[in-house]
Write a protein that binds this ligand. Sequence first.
Ligand code: AMZ
Length: 286
Amino acid sequence: MRSIREGGSRNGGVRGLPLSPTLPHKAGGSAPFARKNPGSIMILFPAIDLKNGQCVRLEQGDMARATVFNLDPAAQAQSFVAQGFEYLHVVDLDGAFAGKPVNAQAVEAMLKTIRIPVQLGGGIRDLATVEAWLAKGITRVIIGTAAVRDPELVKAAAKKFPGRVAVGLDARDGKVAVEGWAETSQVTVLEIAQRFEDAGVAAIIFTDIARDGLLKGLNLDATIALADSISIPVIASGGLASIEDVKAMLTPRATKLAGAIAGRALYDGRLDPAAALNLIHDARRS
Ligand code: AMZ
């Protein structure tokens, strides 16, 4: 078990928009995609995964199956902003394997370039690293491995930085994978998620590893089942393939979900950002 180190208490600059996926939302409405949960809105997060300072997509989290999509992550981030996205999802893949930040330079370059909120995961395993990223302008940190191995870290961080700590739970055969998904733990997603019910965690980002990077469609059934079992907002990740996934996210059965992460579908051009964001904005207005 890792020890929790106390760092400085500087509170980082919050970049404009939503700290948590639960934003004020106009209640009511009867459009086909109306969301009945007045406490949440759907956010579509474009993903930037960093490997060797470059922007890549993996297949099922396998570093040997990486496609480089952009040599310049800051330019990629800027392009997502220009497309109208509101909140960026960034993973330091080398960091997730190393257990500490590795692509910090690329992340900092992104933070200097864009002004929308950024959530960042990968290698965030102690309080000092949480604090350092929040101080640098990351809006919300994502904790994966340490949520399994060192749950007290998540609790301490969420207490100290309310609304700014998310938990990343990545499932392989129902069990949570850790250390860059190189290891599979013996615990289920629900078991881990329940540990944090009262901890003030902003969101659970649930990834179905079997689908990740393979454009198989989101695993909405499992994601909704998780969201129905806990009160923490849940964000769906892994496999988002087309506008059909976005539509499904906006149907009444998915109202509890707080968002979805889009990766390869955006890079491959299979998901038109304007069409996706229009649907989401229409749903918010309804
Ligand atoms: O694709 C992978 N192999 C991978 C990945 N995308 N491994 C970890 N991660 C992401 C998780 C989470 O956002 O989805 O890294 C974050 C967790 O990192 P850590 O270091 O806290 O376990």
